[in-house]
Design a protein around this ligand. Structure first.
Ligand code: HEM
Ligand code: HEM
Length: 195
C-alpha cells in the first residue's frame, strides 16, 4: 500500500491525515467547552487563574495544530489523485458528498481562524498561546468594545462552527455508516485500512 492516493484507493498519508484530524477534534471540542466553563467561574480574575491559563494553552495549541494539519492535508489533497466514488451513486448523491466534504475542509480552517481572530481582537490583555509561547501574533487589530470586529463578533462565528459543524459531521458519519451497512461498497474500509 503506497503513500500516495490512486484513482481507487486512499494512500497512507491521506488516511493518516483523516484519522489524526478526527482524534485532534475529539480532544479539541471538549477542551473548548471545558475552557469556557472555567472562564465563567473565574470572570473577575481570570488573567491570574492558572486553570484558565492551562485550559487556554491546551485549546489554543491544539487549535493551531489543527490549522497546520489542515493546511498540510489540503496541500496533499490537491497534489494527489482523489479516489473515485462508487459508480452506483446518483448525481444528486455525488453533489451531497462534494458539498459535505468541502464544508468539512472549510470548517477545519474557519474554526481555528475564528478562534485566533477573536483573541486577536480582544481589547484586554489575554495571551494567545502556542506550545510554550504566549504571544502569538494578532491576525486582526485589537479593538475596543463597540467596534464592528470585536472579540464577540469572531467568538460568535467560532460558536457557530460548532452548531453547523456538528450537523455536517453527523451527516458525514451517517453517510459513512450507510456505505458500510447499507450499500456495502467498501467506502468506509478504503478510508480505514486502504481497501
Ligand atoms: C479546529 C480548532 C478548534 C476547535 C474545534 C475549537 C472548538 C471550540 C469550542 C467547542 C469552544 C466552546 C464554544 C462554546 O462555548 O460554545 C471554543 C471556544 C473558544 N475557542 Fe476554540 N476551537 C478551535 C480553535 C481555537 C483556536 C486556534 C483558538 C485561539 C487561538 C480558539 C479560541 C477559543 C476561544 C477564545 C473560545 C471562547 C469563545 C467564547 O467566548 O465563547 N479556538 N472553541
Ligand atoms: C467517526 C468519524 C468519521 C468517519 C466514520 C469518517 C469516514 C470517512 C470516510 C469513509 C471517508 C471516505 C470517503 C471516500 O472514500 O470517498 C471520509 C472522507 C472525508 N472525511 Fe471523514 N470520517 C469521520 C470523521 C471526520 C472528521 C472529524 C472530519 C473533519 C475534518 C472528516 C473529514 C473528511 C473529509 C474532508 C473527507 C473527504 C476527503 C477528500 O475527499 O479529500 N471526517 N470520511
Amino acid at each position: 500500500m503506497g503513500l500516495r492516493n490512486t484513482a481507487s484507493q486512499w494512500g497512507r498519508v491521506s488516511r493518516a491525515f483523516h484519522w489524526v484530524m478526527l482524534a485532534m477534534i475529539a480532544v479539541q471540542i471538549p477542551v473548548g467547552f471545558w475552557m469556557v466553563e472555567v472562564y465563567e467561574v473565574y470572570t473577575e480574575t481570570y488573567a491570574d487563574d492558572t486553570w484558565v491559563m492551562y485550559t487556554s494553552r491546551i485549546h489554543h495549541t491544539m487549535g493551531f495544530l489543527v490549522f497546520g494539519v489542515a493546511l498540510a492535508r489540503l496541500g496533499w489533497r490537491v497534489s494527489n489523485p482523489t479516489p473515485d466514488l462508487p459508480p452506483a451513486l446518483t448525481t444528486y448523491m455525488r453533489w451531497l458528498v462534494r458539498i459535505t466534504h468541502a464544508a468539512l475542509y472549510t470548517l477545519i480552517l474557519v474554526y481555528p481562524l475564528s478562534g485566533w481572530a477573536s483573541l486577536s481582537a480582544y481589547e484586554g490583555e489575554f495571551p494567545i498561546f502556542f506550545l510554550l509561547w504566549d504571544d502569538m501574533p494578532r491576525i486582526v487589530p485589537q479593538v475596543e468594545e463597540g467596534a464592528t470586529f470585536t472579540y464577540e463578533f469572531f467568538a460568535e462565528i467560532h460558536r457557530y462552527c460548532w452548531k453547523v459543524g456538528a450537523g455536517i459531521l453527523g451527516l458525514h458519519v451517517l453517510g459513512a455508516l450507510w456505505h458500510h451497512y447499507v450499500a456495502r461498497d467498501g467506502v468506509l474500509l478504503r478510508m480505514w485500512r486502504g481497501g
